[in-house]
Every structure is written in C-alpha cells, then in structure tokens.
Ligand binder design. Structure first.
Ligand code: CTP
Length: 411
C-alpha cells in the first residue's frame, strides 16, 4: 500500500463491457492495484470475448463476477447476493470501457447482466467511460443516453479522439489510463466539476534565454506542477489553455498548449490570453535574466569569453496589473524560496498584485523541481494555509479550490 496516495486503501469495482478496448482495462487494473487500491472486477459476457476471467482475476488478485448466477469456479465470485455485497463494499465503481449497449441498459434501469444489475444496487459514486466506434459514439441515441446518465448524477469521462479499431478516425477511444485514475482520485476526494464554464490559463516549465544558436540560460523546472494544474482544472470542467516553456511533460489530448521558449515569448502569449481568463496560474519558472545580446553565430572556444552580460527580463505578473483589471481575473503566483520564505512570498503577493501565492521551499524534502510531490503553503492577503507533502496532482486540486473560492466571492 502506498501511503499518502489518494487511491491507497480504496475499494474499487471495475465494470468491463464488450468493446475492443477491454484489453486496456488490464492496464487500468494494474495501475489501481499498484497505487494501493483493492480492485474487484465485474465483466459482461461480451467483455469476455476480448479478455479472460483468469487474466482479470490474476491482475486484480480477486474473484471476478462474470454471470448473474455464479457457479463458483475458481476465478468467479461465489455468493448469489454478490451484487448487494459489492454495492455496499465499494468506494467507487468505474465502468471502462462502457459500451453503447451497456450505457443504454443503465439509462433505462435494465438488469439483465451482472454489471447493469450492480449499478442499480450501488451506494457509491459511479464513473462511466463511454467507448465505441465513432458513428456509434456520436449516434443521437447514444449521446442522449449519456446525458441521461449525467442527469442521474453519474460521472462521465468523455471518449478520446484518434485512430479506432475499425481504421476510422474520430471520437470513441477509451481515455488513457492516467486520465481515468486522475478522475477517480478527484471523485474520491470529493471534487466536483466546480470549474465548469470557467476559463483557466496556466503557465508551466522553465524559459530558455539564448546565448547563441546552441547555448541557453535555463533552470531546473520540469513543468510538472503546471501540467498537473492544467489536467486537474480540465477534469473539474474548466476550459484550459496551457502555455509552456520547453519540457517533456504531456497533458491530455484535449488541452490546448502554446509552446514558447523565452520569457519574452511567454509574456506576449500571456498578455494576449489573460483577458479571457477567470483564473491565471503562473506556475512557470520564468527566467529573471537574459543575455543582453544573443550571438548570431556559435561562440567559439578560442574567443574565450570571460563573462556574459545579462539584463532583466520583464516580469509577466507585474506587467498584468494594469492589463487584467482587478476583479476580472483571479491571479495566482508561485514563490520558490530558500530563505525568509513567508516574508518573501508576501512581498511578491503584494508587489505583483496577486490574489494568492503558492509558496514552496527548496528546504522541504521531496518538494519543488523534478519531484512528483510538493509541500506548499497558500498565502492570501489575510492568512496562510499550510499543507502536508502531497502529489503534484493533489496540490493542483487544493490550489484550484482556493482560486475557485475567490471567483465565488467576486461573483
Ligand atoms: N514571474 C513572472 N515574470 C518573471 C519572473 C517571474 O511573472 N519575469 C512569476 C513566476 O511565474 C511566479 C512569480 O512570478 O509565479 C514568482 O517568481 P519567482 O521567480 O519566485 O520570483 P521573482 O519575482 O522572479 O523574484 P526572485 O527570483 O528574486 O525570488
């Protein structure tokens, strides 16, 4: 069990229906188990055309429900009230993939197989991942049934677009495993789609300031914090724009990214985009200095340069004070400090006209650049809130909650 992981110790029922992407459920089970969750699988007969009960039982380390009236074979659940038992046992049920047929049955309360029967007995949240070939997915009846499910309070994770098993291209793919686990984590942590209809602008990564065509001044930012913020905001319903410096991090396919290199380029894009944003989160580690002059040609060793002349870059947040009128955009900055942390962070909060500043200290273990975890304090004009060491995804959600509160106050 991974302590501190939001999925650790959680009881998860995974429902699998008949769809070619059922093979991907194996990766999902592995990831959930690896993160310390207990997983029990319920599969429809059609799902078993694509994967075997033995595979599912081995990966989940539990008996698998494959029929309404279990016969008690080795990999099968044995009691006849399994649907009531599992409905009470689970913290969450995920259906991935959820076929058009199963969605239609759930939308109409039909209980003719183990999976749809269990749904009617559930006491916990349900996350449905609709998956089909493009035409079946877009069919009006499918979309109306998905809306019905949403109306019943079930969580829906939209299919992804891309190449499909049929050879066609379009929407219908099962979302990537990490997106399903991220959404599961949010639901289990009680986060709702509270940013629905809001526009969130996030900056991420370092900036590179060129010395010559092959060399640059940079910093150790991985971009991870900004990317997790963008992902968390997207899953909470926001329309997200991510502006990123050079990084190898990946966001979900639905999140538009504008890639920039230098502080000046980032400033141009932020200035243009901020007017339409409800929240701006500057998680980027923007360079404070750049070479005064970029050499057009590679500087040769023989030139033996003894120093590089530097000049300040423009501060993006400070420059916004006049652009984004107060009350329009909630502005969140980051401060990475090594000494007098809180005092310096408050100075930045006031000096840069911010609503919130997120402080992380390089003194904290496993916090800051290159780590998957972060230990932060969130400071506003009246108070400081301190949080324990968390994954950067958890940190992202905490920051978004604080920012969302400020939108509510302003509304
Ligand atoms: N920032 C910015 N424009 C810059 C430099 C930083 O908008 N040219 C933003 C960062 O994205 C961050 C906040 O300002 O959200 C604080 O960045 P930080 O580097 O901690 O502070 P600086 O103002 O650069 O001060 P110092 O480096 O001296 O601590």
């Amino acid at each position: 069990m991974k302590s501190g992981d939001a999925l650790s110790g959680k009881k998860i029922v995974l429902g699998i229906t008949g769809c070619i992407s059922a093979y991907k459920s194996c990766f999902l089970i592995r990831e959930l188990v690896k993160r310390g969750a207990e997983v029990k699988v319920v599969a429809t007969k059609s799902a078993l055309e694509f994967i075997t009960p033995l595979t599912l039982a081995t990966l989940s380390r539990n008996d698998v429900v494959v029929s309404m009236f279990p016969k008690g074979t080795d990999s099968e659940a044995k009691t006849t009230t399994w649907h009531i038992d599992l409905g009470i046992w689970a913290d969450i049920m995920i259906i991935a993939p959820a076929s058009v047929n199963s969605i239609a049955k759930i939308a109409h309360g039909i209980c003719d197989n183990p999976l749809t029967t269990l749904v009617t007995a559930l006491r916990c949240p349900l996350l449905v991942c609709p998956t089909a070939d493009v035409d079946m997915y877009q069919a009006r009846v499918t979309q109306e049934n998905i809306e019905k499910l949403r109306g019943y309070g079930f969580h829906i994770l939209d299919a992804e677009a891309g190449e499909l098993a049929s050879g066609l291209t379009g929407k219908g793919r099962l979302p990537e495993t990490s997106k399903i686990t991220d959404k599961t984590e949010q639901i289990l942590s009680g986060y709702k789609e509270d940013l629905s209809g809001k526009r969130v602008l996030v900056t991420a990564g370092p900036t590179y300031e060129d010395i010559d065509p092959v060399r640059y001044l940079g910093n150790r930012s991985s971009g991870k914090m900004g990317f997790e913020l963008a992902k968390a905001a997207y899953l909470r319903g926001a329309e997200v724009l991510l502006i990123s410096g050079p990084t190898s991090e990946r966001a979900y396919q639905e999140i538009p990214i504008i890639r920039v290199r230098s502080a000046a380029e980032m400033k141009t894009v932020v200035d243009k985009s901020v007017k339409n944003s409800d929240i701006l989160i500057m998680a980027a580690a923007v360079a404070d200095f750049k070479p005064s002059k970029k050499s057009e040609n590679k500087i040769k060793k023989e030139e033996n340069p003894e120093s590089i002349r530097l000049e300040k870059t423009e501060d993006i947040l400070t420059g916004l004070k006049t652009k984004a009128k107060s009350g329009e955009t909630v502005k969140v900055g980051f401060a990475l400090e090594t000494e007098n942390e809180e005092k310096n962070a408050i100075k930045k909060l006031k000096g840069k006209g911010l609503d919130l500043i997120v402080l992380n200290s390089l003194r904290d273990e496993k916090s800051g650049f290159e780590y998957d975890t972060n230990k932060i304090k969130i400071i506003d004009r009246d108070k400081t809130k301190e949080f324990p060491l968390m994954s950067k995804f958890q940190v992202a959600n905490v920051i978004l909650t604080e920012a969302a509160e400020l939108i509510k106050k302003e509304a």
